[in-house]
Every structure is written in C-alpha cells, then in structure tokens.
Design a protein around this ligand. Structure first.
Ligand code: NAD
Ligand code: ZN
Length: 261
C-alpha cells in the first residue's frame, strides 16, 4: 500500500498495474468527479453545505411544506445543474476504460448524467441517488425530462403540480430521508461484489448506504483504489490511495494502461 505524498509516483504505477490486469472494473463515483465540470460538491470548503443547511433538504420537509418545495425549485434554477454541463477529463477517462472493454459498471452517487454524456453506455451507469435529468410525480409516478418543467419555474410557478393528477412534483433524485431506489441498489451491490477491481473517485464516503459499496468489493477480495482530494475514513482499507485531482490522475492512469502498464 502506498500513501505518503512523496510516493505518489509509486502509487500511480501500482494503480496502473491493477487497472491493466483487471477485467471487470467498477468505478464508484461521487460529487468530486464533477467539480471540474463546475458543479460544487457537498463537503469541500466551497461545497453546497457551506451555503445551505442539510436539514432543509429532507424528503419529509419537501412533502410537508410548499415553502420548502418553492425554495428547492428556486435553488435548482440557481444551482447550475440545469446548465449545458460538459464532462471533464475524469469522466472521459472513465469512458475510455469502457472503450478498453474492461469497464463493468459506473456506480455513481451523482445526479448530473455526465458519465453518460462522456460516452459510458447508459446501461452500464447505475445511479444510486437518482437523476436530476428527470422530474417525478409523487402521486402517479409519471416521469418527464426536467427541461420541460424549467419554463414553468421560470414563469414563476413556485410549487408546480402534475398535469395528470395534481400530485407533488420532485426531481427524480434521492433526498435525505427518502428510500434508496431498490433496483439500482441491488445492481450496485451485485456488481460491487463481483468486480475484480473497484476505483472510488471523488467521494467523501460519508453518505450511507452508498458509501458502504466499496466494502462489498473488499469483502469479496477485489482490490480498491481511491482517487480523492482529501482523506476518507476508509482509506486505510484500500490498496492504493491517490490524493489529487481526478481530472489529472484518471487520464494519466488510462494513458499508462494504454501504453501497456
Ligand atoms: P462529497 O461532497 O461528500 O465529497 C466529495 C469528495 O470529492 C470530497 O472528499 C472532495 O475532497 C473530493 N473532491 C472534490 N473535487 C475533487 C476532484 N476534482 N478530484 C478528486 N477529488 C475531489 O460528495 P459525495 O461523497 O458524492 O456525497 C455527496 C452527495 O451529494 C452524493 O450523494 C450526491 O448524490 C450528491 N451530489 C451530487 C452532485 C452531482 O450530481 N454532481 C453534486 C453535489 C452533491
Ligand atoms: Zn401525477
């Protein structure tokens, strides 16, 4: 295991070797893989939690209060999530492993759709916290693309309702206090357990149950690499710890594998 800063070159070489040998790689990504696309994460010093109170984000409050819903839609309009976001070199490198034929799944906590936009086949992306690309009716379960709702929000609707059943509309994301999507979690656990290498990218690994997914890989004997700017509480269990920017480290690893690491 390589951890010290001065040993980053050795750690990069070890990670490249693991990636070159693996046949069923699972990437497990968090908000940190998208910060270089301009989307703030939650827990960095300039992250979303620095500006908002997590208690305002619960599902129960969203359902109970029209004011909370209005605040939530207005926050979405200002969040940048609706902009024409572009994948960054980290997303593209992960897609590059898909082109190598060794990518089993990308399990992501992100709701931004950037892995698919970078070229990972949609059926290989498991979104365990849902997606902001869709709006869901909590009444009739109808789903539709978020851009269809934006003009209504911009026109001043504060608590937009479903055209079909007048139900409460919510982004198809998983909020605190909301049940995890069963099928996505089942698929995530299955692939985390069966991969022969997991690469964790840009996650503080504090949000459960998603953050337990690397433990399934470890329990089944797969090595785990982490690429993250800051330490996490699980680092001591991982085989290689790479500290730095995902958009720099992942393309370098892909290059090394392509060059025959
Ligand atoms: P987090 O904010 O808790 O942690 C992000 C981690 O990524 C931090 O440890 C940070 O040091 C690291 N990081 C930030 N930029 C990085 C970079 N360029 N390279 C390497 N590491 C970097 O994020 P989380 O663990 O994903 O949990 C937050 C929850 O918030 C997730 O469940 C997710 O659903 C949601 N979220 C999603 C988005 C998105 O879709 N892009 C954005 C914010 C939050
Ligand atoms: Zn409805």
């Amino acid at each position: 295991m390589w951890r010290a800063e001065g040993e980053q070159a050795q750690a990069m070489a070890a990670a490249a070797r693991l990636l070159a040998q693996a046949r069923r790689i699972v990437f497990f990504t968090g908000a940190g893989v998208s910060t270089e696309s301009g989307i703030p994460d939650f827990r960095s010093p300039d992250g979303v939690w620095a500006r908002y109170n997590p208690r305002d984000f619960t599902f129960q409050r969203f359902v109970a209060s029209a004011e909370t819903r209005a605040a939530s839609w207005s926050r979405l309009l200002k969040s940048g999530l609706l902009d024409d976001l572009q994948p960054n070199p980290a997303h593209r490198a992960i897609a590059g492993f898909g082109a190598q034929g060794t990518l089993d799944r990308v399990i992501t906590q992100n709701v931004d759709g950037l892995h698919q936009k970078a070229g990972v086949a949609p059926e290989l992306v498991v979104e365990v916290h849902g997606t902001a690309r869709l709006v869901r009716c909590l009444g009739c379960e109808r789903r539709f693309p978020t851009p269809l709702l934006v003009p209504r929000l911009e026109a001043g609707e504060r608590d937009p309702r479903c055209d079909e059943c007048s139900g409460i509309l919510k982004l198809a994301t998983i909020s605190f206090g909301q049940a995890m999507p069963q099928e996505a979690m089942r698929e995530a656990v299955e692939h985390a357990s069966a991969c022969d290498l997991m690469v964790v990218v840009g996650s503080s690994l504090v949000v459960n149950p998603a953050a337990t997914l690397p433990l399934y890989a470890l329990e089944h004997g797969a090595p785990v690499i982490i690429v993250n700017r800051e330490p996490t509480r699980l680092d001591r269990h991982f085989d290689v710890v790479l500290r730095g920017q995902a958009g720099t480290i992942l393309p370098a690893l892909l290059d090394a594998v392509r060059a025959g690491a």
